[in-house]
Design a protein. Structure first.
Lengths: 623, 303
């Protein structure tokens, strides 16, 4: 019997070897992706919202979602609009009261509190309660809850600055500080006054390219900065720079006290002049802060205490929200949002919801100065091969917007850039037959194109996105070999320009100015990793850079965007998902914005204006 | 022939009469099934899995990459036995083709890794001395690192791909398995016939190939069956972590990872790949146990 068993094992092994040697892997795909024929999936309209009419999932007809809000919120319109509380109090219009504890979450832990010395993108998600800067974003123009047409326009207002002037030649910026601002009353600053010397000290550190922070680029056009008196700071520019005033609004520009830098205390705790004082910071676990009684803005803040819990895992975050450990839930993910709406947890489903553009447009990138992408027909074929409505439906349940630009489609309220498939340029309308013909006309036989496309290590949902796009490209005879690396390596590769193809995402930089994304396409620009070199585009980009008038800058931006669409400069834009943000109904004034990625609160000082409505809290809530 | 008494590989497998052998094999199989029901069931499962992976077109249609974006997240039905995933790919089809990936990983990993381990173990055990000491100390050092961690490090270094995954897992299994083979060799090399072979002038290579190797085949076969399960599980783990076979290749581990975030809405995306991994690994382990019981004479008395 032993011999028989050995024989059986041998036979099994032979069959298995035959399989292993047969094709080596699954067969070459031959199925052609079916085009989207259904019109059921919501598409953004020109005014910025879904066209799907809300179908109540609950028998309750008492809560009516405003019609203009319905259009802005396709996920809610499709799923559980009845679970959202649209009452006036929940729109931040109630009587503001003092006191209480707000419990928040952060998916990432700040790696530094001194953004001049270390890249601090994770810090900028959480630093506005502790620090001040010259200017801050104006959150009064926020999202659809303030009115459907009132989308964020990148407006800004003074924070430390009471007022500011720009000289006629555009080369001198004068900021007049609010007088009597005090640092937080904790060591080593012990509540001393913040003056123009502190501002100058910080600007010089932030603009120092020898440090490892990410802010030096913001000040590349700055010639010098000086304190002309105790409350006046003057910037002298090398040349006119229309982006400068917007760039310095970035929350990467933390103003830290010199004493905290000198004794190193800034490395362990945030110390500044903001509305809250950090009391306890345990990395990877929590950060607690309490009200700053000497905050320079009279009457603010309202809350006694804020607790942040660092929860990187989405499932854990949902659970924490459901059980009441946190009062707000913020992260990308329509599927997470849907799960939360399906099961809101023990505290009930009366929620305040914000849907926002991710601010992060995904794209398929390539080197325009290398074959085959130097050929416009190849680039057009790539764009034509993708069925955008079907991709949005499949990948995001309809909850995504098509980029068509490095600038998110509703960044400007939909005034400048197209937001719908109907508005899309010719190349963004699915037509695989035309794509194949273009490749043939360009001299590439079906299957003859083979490109290595680099992407970050994909797990979870991100694995579906490249898989979908690879199949679309293969269907027109364009073969893609996916090359997986981790996110940090991909970033390094991106900067080096040493790649053929890239599946990546474009984000507005910390400066958040129109010219920031346009400059990526400028000939010879350090950020131009796509080999783009177009004299006509260069003229437009340079013109925008020196234009100080906002309206005119936006008009030039539209011309740049149009040029990009028509000529597909370095990137074919892919759909980008919408982000969702939920808060409990007693949290008032914690509104986000439609512009920025990662965090609803990037650069906003909303927490100084947040308050708790105790009439809407459940009995016994420990807030 | 009893275990440990193979003296000449040339006489180990005499001429076969297929007709009589078939009858004897069938009888032996029935005996095996009666005495080792779990092992027999596992063997049947593995045969079915192998055949499905060898002839997927008989069980599926469309291929594992065919996307139907508008038919995403369909629950299991007669049309899609295991439902569809986020971009409308048939999960059952991907499971079948994923079996091919798993078997490929198992074969190559076991083939390369176990062969290397066996040769190393035989050499180390038979030659002994400084060579044996060096090999064993290096193995000790490598074994202090958990296998999955070592595999992750190797794949990260080499970049995720199916080939690199197979190499990494092969490397990981060498230290422990060479030790098992070495221990078998140590017990065999003290036998009188080995001494006799040396006396009559048998060279080291001849002794290892003709006298040592045939007598360690049995434990190697048992190891192979168990390592198959380990290789499949490790590949699934690496793919789950994003370090294994890149998308869109249908890997059970990657499918499990992709389905993880949709557990509440599309349970089939996680359950079926998880079940496939569980059953495959279990089957290999149970079959390996049964093989060990049959091939090891020390355990025969306990039946």
């Amino acid at each position: 019997m032993r011999k028989s068993l050995q024989f059986g094992v041998l036979a099994l092994a032979c069959v298995a070897v035959a399989i292993g040697c047969s094709s080596g892997s699954a067969p070459t795909p031959t199925a052609t992706p079916k085009p989207a024929t259904s019109t059921a999936s919501p598409t953004a309209t020109a005014s910025g919202g879904a066209t799907v009419v809300a179908t109540p999932t609950s028998s309750s007809s008492l809560i009516q979602i405003p019609a203009d809000i319905q259009k802005e919120m396709p996920l809610l319109a499709k799923y559980h609009w009845s679970k959202v509380d649209w009452s006036p109090a929940n729109l931040g219009k109630g009587q503001k009261t003092y006191g209480g504890v707000l419990k928040m979450n952060q998916p990432t832990v700040p790696t530094t509190w001194d953004t001049a010395t270390k890249f601090g993108s994770t810090t900028a998600l959480i630093d506005t309660p502790f620090f001040s800067r010259l200017l801050t974003y104006d959150e009064s123009l926020t999202n659809a809850f303030a009115g459907a047409g009132n989308l964020h326009k990148l407006a800004f207002k003074g924070d430390l600055a009471a007022s500011w002037d720009i000289s006629a030649d555009g080369k001198t910026y004068t900021f007049h500080l609010v007088q009597g601002i005090k640092y937080q009353n904790i060591p080593p600053v012990n509540g001393r006054e913040l003056t123009s010397e502190d501002v100058v000290y910080n600007i010089r550190r932030l603009s120092d390219g020898s440090k490892s922070g990410a802010t030096a680029d913001i000040y590349k056009n700055m010639e010098s900065v000086e304190a002309t008196d105790k409350y006046t700071v003057v910037f002298h520019m090398k040349s006119v720079d229309g982006a400068f005033i917007y760039s310095i609004v970035s929350p990467l520009n933390n103003f830290v006290p010199k004493e905290a830098v000198d004794d190193g205390s800034i490395n362990s705790m945030p110390i500044g002049s903001g509305p809250y004082i950090a009391k306890e910071f345990v990395p990877n676990d929590h950060l607690y802060a309490e009200k700053n009684p000497t905050y320079f803005k009279a009457g603010l803040p309202y809350l006694d205490r804020i607790e942040w819990y660092f929860i990187p895992d989405p499932a854990t975050r949902i659970a924490a929200f459901r059980t009441g450990k946190i009062d707000e839930y913020t992260y990308r993910g329509w599927n997470d949002a849907r799960q939360l709406l399906d099961n809101c947890g023990s505290l009930g489903c009366s929620l305040y919801v914000n849907e926002q553009n991710s601010g992060s447009n995904y794209y398929f990138g390539f080197q325009m100065n290398k074959k085959p992408f130097d050929e416009p027909r190849v680039r057009q074929a790539i764009a034509l091969s993708i069925d955008y409505p079907a991709a949005i439906t499949a990948l995001y349940g309809g909850n995504a917007r098509v980029g068509f630009s490095a600038v998110p489609s509703d960044w400007d309220g939909g005034r400048m850039f197209p937001r719908t498939q109907a508005d899309a340029p010719e190349w963004y309308h699915y037509n695989p037959d035309k794509a194949k013909q273009l490749l043939k006309d360009a001299g590439y036989a079906p299957g003859s194109l083979n490109v290595n496309v680099w992407m970050s290590t994909t797990t979870g949902s991100m694995a579906a996105e490249p898989a979908l796009y690879i199949e679309y490209l293969k269907a027109i005879g364009f073969n893609v070999t996916p090359k997986l690396v981790d996110a940090a390596t991909l970033r390094t590769m991106y900067n080096s320009g040493n790649w053929e193809g890239l599946l990546y995402n474009a984000t507005i930089s910390g400066g958040s100015d129109l010219n920031d994304w346009a400059s990526i396409m400028e000939t010879g620009a350090p950020s131009n990793v796509f080999g783009i070199s177009d004299p006509k585009l260069d003229v437009l980009i340079k013109a925008q850079r020196v234009e100080l008038d906002r309206t005119k800058r936006e008009q030039i931006g539209k011309q740049i965007a149009d040029y990009d669409y028509q000529n597909i400069m370095g990137r074919v834009w892919l759909p980008s998902p919408l982000f969702y943000h939920f808060t409990r109904p007693w949290v008032q004034g914690l509104v986000g914005n439609d512009v920025y990625y990662w965090s609803t609160y990037w650069g906003l000082n909303v927490l100084e204006d947040t308050w708790l409505d105790r009439t809407r809290m459940p009995a016994g809530a420990d807030r | 022939m009893e275990f440990g008494q193979v003296k000449n590989i040339a006489t180990a497998f005499p001429t076969v009469r297929w007709g009589d052998k078939a009858k004897k094999s069938w009888k032996a199989s029935k005996t095996f099934a009666r005495r080792q029901p779990l092992g027999a069931a596992s063997a049947l499962f593995l045969i079915a899995m192998t055949l499905a992976a060898a002839f997927p077109a008989l069980l599926t249609s469309g291929g594992p990459y065919a996307i139907h974006p508008l038919e995403s997240f369909q629950s299991p039905s007669a049309h899609n036995l295991a439902g569809t995933d986020q971009i409308g790919r048939d999960v059952f089809t991907r499971l079948i083709y994923g079996a091919r990936i798993s078997l490929q990983v198992g074969i190559m990993t076991v083939g390369i890794g176990l062969t290397t381990a066996s040769l190393l173990g035989i050499l180390s055990g038979f030659v002994g001395g400084t060579f044996d000491t060096i090999v064993q100390r290096v193995s000790d050092a490598l074994q202090t690192i958990p296998g999955i961690v070592l595999a992750m490090a190797l794949v990260s270094l080499l970049q995720p791909s199916l080939t690199n995954v197979m190499f990494a897992i092969s490397f990981v299994i060498i230290p422990f398995n060479q030790r098992v083979v070495r221990s078998a060799v140590l017990s065999i090399k003290e036998n009188p016939y080995i001494e006799a072979a040396k006396v009559i002038g048998g060279g080291r290579m001849r002794i290892m190939l003709v006298h040592i190797l045939p007598n360690v085949v049995a434990p190697i076969i048992v190891l192979a069956s168990i390592l198959f399960g380990f290789a499949i599980l490790t590949e699934a783990s690496l793919s789950f972590l994003g370090l294994g076979t890149p998308p869109p290749t249908p890997s059970w581990g990657m499918m499990l990872s992709e389905g993880r975030q949709f557990t509440e809405n599309a349970w089939w995306l996680s359950i079926f790949p998880g079940l496939a991994i569980t059953l495959a690994v279990l089957a290999f382990n149970l079959f390996g146990d049964a093989l060990r019981d049959v091939l090891d004479p020390r355990l025969r008395g306990s039946r």
